[in-house]
Design a protein around this ligand. Structure first.
Ligand SMILES: [Zn+2]
Length: 558
């Protein structure tokens, strides 16, 4: 297979390099973008086509124990949606939680070349690495759940902030993870305790700890910034899904106080309440959230849009799932992972006639349409929570085509629309340039992945080429070509090769003395021996260590 290409005549959208729909060549050599192709390079004529970097999903759930549990809970999906093998690709099953092979191929079949699994317990890290190794074509990595970690809480409670930072770095190394993830910080301890409690306020006392969510969140933001991680702490705020939770979300963003923080699936955290009633139907407060993000460059968010149809709620936020089970139908699962996290799963269908679901749908769109800076309000459905990643093309059309959006608005629960601000911002249409930002360049920049999300010289040659179809859903449903690491994976809409993507992880520095603090805790409380806990290098395949700020500075020193 040739490794040298010249893509000619295509309209190129490369926002990281300021290229907005310019017809120009994109040249590839040995897996990288280069200034000029070698003699004899294969030419791809992209006349009438749109050329973009491969898509980058900053937040999804695609691998690990909870994803596997969600697959097991829905055997009917395996029967309903069989992913057939081809000459080049392997078989699998689909549904809202596809098997590993189907996940990689279906992302690639949308023009995506990277996806980050957003919630893995450290104890589940080994399993997650095995599944990610099994997920073809795309690059990947994962965020490790640390926001309800009992030992980290103890260190915080005792004011041992430096050891807390070393321990956090140790955990990121032990799991070979990409970023720290907080989910409903403090909620697990309340939930595991008497009376199935939960956090309702950032200043609640966390069960038996002398701590509050405010303290915990502040400490993680500080530690992640001090460690110089390429992506800051990734926060699933408290009170997910509750009417009136917007105040908690705004206050969580204020805790960052100028330091970087990423707020995830912010749609689920943008709800007001009617006349101060917390248990009534939610209302949209998307405008307040969008305004806060617009005016605070240290904050980034992904939307977590809701799409109508089948979904699977899966989250480390066990109490939120317990609340949802009354709406979710027949099946649900709740589980705990030792001292590390909770977990809940419910198969779910979002309905356009439902007040709450229609409001969630509207809020997701509002957040996009009110965002002044697409680099910091990026694309996600929190797959498969707000909808499957396979619904991305429809979401793109909703953002780009206001006539289509108006048609869809006419079909949903009208009372919900009245309680949203969607009608006030319905004139805006996203351009292809902005779509390229929210689906590619923005997420790559927020992740600190310098060679992803753009087509500048030196970037990884991950290139999606789409037919320029005025029906943007149809266009983004299937790329004409997909090149991954400079290899033609899809040509004329069909797979022509299989491939293994990279695994991104970080390895921030820590004082090894912290192991003397962590090890006794394992001896006393864990079901696994300390020395067996860290994931060793044999689990890494095509791994790429992404440096911290300090490590990058060290490497740049002459
Ligand atoms: Zn999520």
């Amino acid at each position: 297979m040739t490794s040298s290409f010249r893509i000619i005549n295509g309209r190129v959208y490369d926002p990281a390099n300021g290229v907005d729909g310019v017809v120009r060549d994109v040249c590839i050599q040995d897996g990288r973008i280069v200034a000029a192709a070698a003699p004899g390079a294969r030419t791809i004529d992209a006349a009438g086509m749109v050329v973009m970097p491969g898509g980058v999903d900053i937040h999804c759930h695609i691998a690990g124990p909870k994803v596997n549990l969600a697959r097991k809970v829905q055997p009917e999906d395996h029967r309903r949606d069989v992913h057939l093998r081809t000459r080049f690709t392997r078989s699998g099953t689909g549904g809202t939680v596809p098997s590993t092979f189907a996940t990689g191929y279906r992302y690639a079949a949308l023009g995506y070349t990277a996806a980050m699994e957003a919630a893995v317990t450290p104890l589940g890290a080994r399993h997650t690495h095995e599944e990610l190794h099994d997920t073809p074509v795309i690059d990947k990595g994962f965020y490790v759940l640390v926001g309800n970690n009992v030992l980290l809480y103890r260190l915080l409670q005792e004011g041992r902030r430096e050891e807390f930072r070393h321990a956090l770095a140790w955990w990121l190394n032990a799991a070979k993870a990409y970023a720290p993830k907080l989910v409903n910080p403090g909620g697990d301890e309340m939930w595991k305790g008497k009376g199935q409690g939960n956090i309702t306020d950032l200043d609640d006392t966390i069960a038996s700890f002398d701590l509050t969510p405010r303290k915990v969140i502040g400490a993680f933001i500080e530690a992640a910034n001090d460690l110089g991680l390429p992506h800051p702490v990734h926060i699933h705020c408290n009170n997910l899904g509750h009417s009136g939770n917007v105040e908690t979300t705004l206050e969580t963003m204020r805790i960052a106080d100028g330091r970087r923080a990423h707020i995830t699936h912010v749609q689920f955290h943008s709800y007001g309440s009617v006349a101060g009633k917390s248990h009534d139907n939610p209302t949209s407060r998307a405008r307040d959230i969008a305004e806060f993000v617009n005016t605070h460059p240290n904050i980034s968010a992904d939307v977590g849009a809701v799409m109508f149809g089948r979904a699977t709620i899966m989250t480390a936020d066990a109490p939120a799932v317990y609340m949802l089970r009354q709406f979710g139908g027949a099946k649900w699962v709740n589980a705990d992972t030792e001292h590390e996290s909770g977990c809940g799963i419910i198969p779910f269908t979002y309905q356009d006639r439902s007040y709450t679901n229609a409001l969630q749908w509207a809020i997701g769109l509002e957040l996009f349409l009110l965002s002044d800076d697409p680099w910091r309000m990026v694309f996600s459905t929190d797959h498969p929570n707000g909808g499957s990643f396979t619904s991305y093309p429809r979401l793109i059309r909703l953002l780009m085509d206001r006539e289509y959006r108006k048609e869809q608005m006419a079909k949903v629960n009208q009372k919900a629309l009245e309680h949203s601000g969607l009608r006030d911002c319905q004139d805006r249409e996203y351009s292809l340039y902005e779509i390229a930002i929210v689906t590619r360049a923005g997420p790559a920049r927020l992740l600190g992945l310098a060679s992803k999300g753009h087509l500048g010289v030196g970037a990884d040659a991950d290139v999606a080429i789409y037919d320029d179809d005025p029906d943007r859903e149809k266009m983004f449903r299937t790329p004409r070509y997909l090149l991954k690491d400079g290899l033609p994976i899809i040509e004329d809409h069909e797979f022509r090769a299989d491939h293994e993507g990279r695994l991104f992880h970080v390895a921030p520095e820590y004082d090894s003395g912290i192991e003397r603090v962590i090890e006794p805790f394992f001896d006393d409380y864990y079901s696994i021996q300390f020395r067996n806990y860290p994931v060793d290098d044999r689990y890494l395949h095509r791994a790429e260590l992404v440096p911290t700020v300090q490590q990058a500075a060290e490497a740049a020193r002459p």
